[in-house]
Design a binder for this molecule. Structure first.
Ligand code: BG6
Length: 479
């Protein structure tokens, strides 16, 4: 194709974003639409895009993928067009140092290498980089899972810091780019009415829940070796917990914000240090969701039943700080459930004294923050119409509207601007493994049964509802 309709954006490039694993689903479905959105928002960005992968593609094939992905984000304008027309593809084996060196020679300006490849390949790629002359300021962006346990995450961190300093390593967790997660900061810190009650003095329990209606979606190769605990709780939901539980940082810059998150996670451990008593796991069986039939998980192509992979996980954690001691944080996530429920639920304590004479609802107040669609509600007991001594449940609701930014746009912006605030710091990535390790051990030893639930249901029978907060019954009263 003749690439001369637009001025050549390669002339004065600030950053080359080089996507490793260019032919993968993550690239076309999430990264490229996010890039398109950023380029449209700020047409002054001087970005060059390079795709690299093992497929024998030419530039035309790659440009076609880029065009479709940008179109899916309705990304238009001269800058979008320029990047699309001048992007190139290079067949590269990133585990081979010479190949990698050749790829880096094609990049201009500050280079960001985005590893959109499985973690084992990313680790091999980083090893290959040890023998390559690296450009100044090189950024390394890595997708989750970061390692496969605390030890391997530590080893990967050591390896990465021999290549570039920590500030240039971006461990991606796209939940940190979600508008609702960031809204928690505004709600807490910009409203005097919330921050003073954000502690064990007033909060009884916290539930962070991400129930999905999607099943395996052909991802057995990855998911059957991860499961819900590693796929969602070890990474995304612990990051959300950190934002909810952290002490107020002085600023929201990368150092203060990540210090505050890191301190909260350093203080986090399984409730009562008893993973067998405070975790649950289950796997879906055949069922249907919105008229869509799903097979039994173990009959999905590529699944090995001997892995005992859970598709629904729930764990209660304690954050051992003076602010949160005694408050259970229950994190749950699962696939093939009947309803999509993604929310943070903060359940308040009972009032210290309810004057005699009231009737009706005396349920404690509940603050609910939905993670897409972005919405918050504060459920309260109010004097309803009619008898003024009768309390009715009422809900103050606010819609945040659809976040204008995609989560991946927030994350990519950090990479392009050299701001690691939303990426996971190395020590924190290791702590997230340390936190879930007792659960993995308890499950592997068989101390927690692998239960079942039909696809399309709300989970196994007998699991306490998290609708109004954490499962305090099992986790507190009985322990
Ligand atoms: C991914 C998990 O990181 O996050 C998926 O691997 C999960 O299993 C997804 O479905 C959920 O995030 P989102 O933003 O797609 O709802």
């Amino acid at each position: 194709m003749n690439a001369s309709h637009t001025s050549d954006p390669n002339e004065s490039i600030d950053t080359t974003l080089c996507i490793l694993g260019a032919s993968g689903d993550l690239t076309s479905r999430l990264l490229l639409p996010a890039l398109g959105q950023l380029l449209m928002e700020d047409p002054h960005r001087r970005v060059r895009l390079v795709g690299a992968g093992m497929d024998d593609w030419d530039d035309e094939k790659w440009r076609d993928i880029v065009r479709k992905s940008f179109a899916s984000a309705k990304a238009e304008g001269d800058t979008v067009k320029g990047v699309r027309e001048h992007t190139t593809y290079r067949r590269t084996d990133i585990t081979d140092s010479d190949d990698f060196a050749g790829l880096l020679k094609e990049c201009q300006g500050r280079v960001a290498l985005y590893f959109a490849v499985p973690p084992a390949i990313a680790a091999k790629g980083c090893r290959a980089l040890e023998k390559v002359d690296l450009p100044e300021g090189l950024i390394l962006a890595l997708e989750k899972p970061f390692g496969s346990d605390e030890k391997s995450a530590h080893a990967l961190n050591e390896q990465l810091t021999t290549l570039v300093p920590e500030e240039q390593i971006y461990r991606i967790d796209h939940f940190m780019g979600r508008s609702t997660v960031l809204n928690v900061l505004g709600l807490r810190f910009a409203n005097r009415v919330f921050e003073p009650v954000w502690s064990n003095e007033h909060i009884e329990s916290v539930a962070i829940r991400y129930d999905e209606t999607l099943g395996l979606e052909g991802r057995a190769g990855y998911y059957d070796n991860a499961g819900a605990l590693i796929d969602m709780i070890q990474s995304h939901l612990l990051q959300v917990l950190a934002v909810v539980a952290m002490d107020p940082p002085a600023t929201l810059d990368a150092v203060d914000f990540r210090d505050a998150k890191g301190a909260a996670l350093r203080a986090t451990e399984v409730w009562d240090e008893d993973a067998a008593a405070h975790s649950r796991r289950a796997r879906y069986t055949a069922g249907s969701i919105d008229g869509r039939d799903l097979p039994n998980y173990v009959d999905e192509p590529g699944v090995d039943p001997s892995h005992d992979t859970e598709t629904l996980a729930e764990v209660t954690f304690a954050v051992e700080t003076s602010r949160w001691a005694g408050v259970p944080f229950t994190l749950r996530s699962g696939k093939a459930l009947g309803e999509k429920v993604s929310e943070i639920v903060m359940r308040f304590k009972d009032v210290s004294h309810l004057p005699g004479g009231f009737e009706g609802s005396t349920e404690p107040s509940v603050l609910r923050l939905s993670l897409g669609p972005d919405r918050m509600s504060l459920e309260l007991n109010l004097n309803g119409p009619g008898d003024p001594f009768h309390l009715d449940r009422a809900s103050l609701e606010a819609e945040f509207g659809e976040g204008e930014r995609r989560a991946y746009s927030e994350v990519l912006e950090g990479i392009l601007d050299g701001d690691p605030t939303l990426s996971v710091r190395g020590d924190t990535a290791e702590h997230c493994w340390r936190i879930v390790q007792p659960v993995l051990d308890a499950w592997r030893s068989g101390a927690v049964p692998l239960e079942e639930y039909p696809a399309g249901s709300s989970g196994p029978k007998g699991w306490p509802s998290l609708d109004n907060g954490a499962a305090v019954e099992k986790h507190v009263t009985e322990s």
